[in-house]
Design a binder for this molecule. Sequence first.
Ligand code: AMP
Ligand code: AMP
Length: 350
Amino acid sequence: MEKKQSSSQASGNPSDYVIATMGSHTALQILHGARQEGMRNLVVCKKGTERAYKSYGVADEIILVDDWSEWESIEDELIKRKAIIIPHGSFIAYMGHDRVKNMRAMYFGTKEILEWESNRTMERKWLQAAGLKLPHVFATPEEIAKPVIVKFHGAGGGFGYFIAKSPEQFYEVKNRKYPEQNDFALQEYIVGVPIYAHYFQSALTGELEIMSFDKRYESNADSIGRIRAEDQLAANIHTSYTIVGNIPVVIRESLLPAFFSMGERVVEESKKLEAGKGLFGPFCLECIVTRKLEIFVFEISARIVAGTNPFTMGSPYSWLKYDEPMSTGRRIAREIKFAIEQGKLAKILG
Ligand code: AMP
Ligand code: AMP
């Protein structure tokens, strides 16, 4: 109902709208990008977390809430301001899918795709249909026959993941550290380097762009190599993957065609899912590249990822294409601005 209402009131003037997001994750970049495209913006922050948005001066308006449970109570305000919500990792994590689905304010992206990305079985079906190489999945701990990475459902930023190479080793760690947790996936551990590919699929032009790549800086996976193997054993360290930051990467140029093709197939396949308009806007394929240059995809994020944060000024790739600083946040704002100007807002709202 509301969606119809908002499009019937649609204005062709971008400054009648406000780009809005939640204060965390990629908000600085999203707000800054809106400014660069001449659009107004606002950020909703949990009280006490607004410092960065004030300090960097990127927000036109900061709305404070005590708790994310208050989101619905400010929604009428957001609707009144013609806010277009940009979802990101923290937004999905704090709101939960059901609340996002029921949100009445304008939303950039396809809400239905969230279910496909968050349900491991559905996600796998989608990526497999797109012809991507995926790590093998073991259905039960008893089947573990080679090193696996154990992922608990909803684990925030890789926290609590561990490696096991046998059923015994799996139960030893699980029963000791996570006795209550029974919702987990057992994925073949791929030996290689992690590469996160950041894409942007334009719903207006149909073009797929590669915006940038990053690798993550994870604690303590990225620090274990700083001590001798025998000290690692002595300290009995279990590898964990708590995300702390992101590091830019430029990939070997001859790998680019493969990354373009992978992104295109994922977008193509998304149109066949029961997922509204399919995948558009920013998304990320989370990959491990092996020494034989095989690219395994272990996850998709169907929204802006924090790995785009090093590129507020654009990446080497977006520089090639745009010849001006083009962050993913700014690319989103540009898509929204063009959609409004061309009377095609409905194309980019989910
Ligand atoms: P935060 O708002 O920083 O507490 O993050 C909420 C969730 O968003 C985390 O649990 C992560 O899943 C995700 N997240 C936040 N920052 C990053 C990052 N730099 N890279 C990847 N995921 C992130
Ligand atoms: P995630 O929270 O799923 O993005 O994964 C956190 C980290 O675990 C990644 O940055 C990778 O370093 C690692 N990882 C996840 N899945 C695999 C896999 N199948 N093989 C090897 N490493 C993985």
